[in-house]
Design a protein around this ligand. Sequence first.
Ligand code: PDD
Length: 287
Amino acid sequence: MHTAYVNGTYLPEAEAKVSIFDRGFLMADGVYEVTSVLDGKLVDFDGHIARLERSLAALDIVKPVTKDELLQIHRELVARNGIDEGLVYLQITRGGAPGDRDFAFPDPGTTPPTLVLFTQSKPGLADNPAAQTGIRIISIDDIRWGRRDIKTVQLLYPSMGKMMAKSAGADDAWMVEDGYVTEGTSNNAYIVQGNQIITRPPSSEILSGITRTAVLRFAEEAQMEVAERKFTLEEAKAADEAFVTSATTFVMPVVQIDDVALGAGTPGPVAQRLRKIYIEESLKTAI
Ligand code: PDD
């Protein structure tokens, strides 16, 4: 059985447990990160930890261990679980005092945060067959809270969005607010018009993806044209191509939005090229 990490201890996943009073469980009072593993190494670890620190600071949750310790724990789990391609999931919650359920935060001096990590093996992450066909998405209203820049474990609506996509026979959903696409349920959204890659700029309305930052840097290095601006659902449906990015899908072409096929209905050249560059560069810089 695979090994998980809970508050300083490595133990079999079935024995990895947290308290029923943990505020992550009671109030979704916690944050998380997902770091992908390629070739047994961590992709963009520094970026994920930097965002973790921003999420914790925004919620006044104390960081329980140092960055070096987090790196060591990630590596230990990857090694123990023999992960070649896959991901490391990390979650930090505000913890919880025994017998307590209070909307007010507990005293961090006496109630330490909870730190949990586990791994998932995903062979074929780089060689994902979905990247050959592209994915189909539906559009749904974005009814999430206003601090989407914080990577909280409050994922009920994104989960519902995935289910709405599933029941519509699609793969995922893009969320729309005031006519503009915000992002995917668990990824950032892009369209391509001519030679231009268009994606929404970071703000409190979206999660600033670590993959997004890397992909935009690679695009610029490859002399591709990038415009960081909001785009409407109508623009997306009329686009030449579209794609999403995340730590678990890298660059994934989108071939259909609602009932509209994009371009030839097959993955576009810009998305395919960026996927290739992203995976090549990530393999080079993974630690
Ligand atoms: N999701 N937007 C949302 C709402 C997300 O949940 C994610 C990531 C992203 C992309 O961020 P990054 O490139 O740093 O993975 C954007 C992760 C993968 C998840 O929930 O599993």
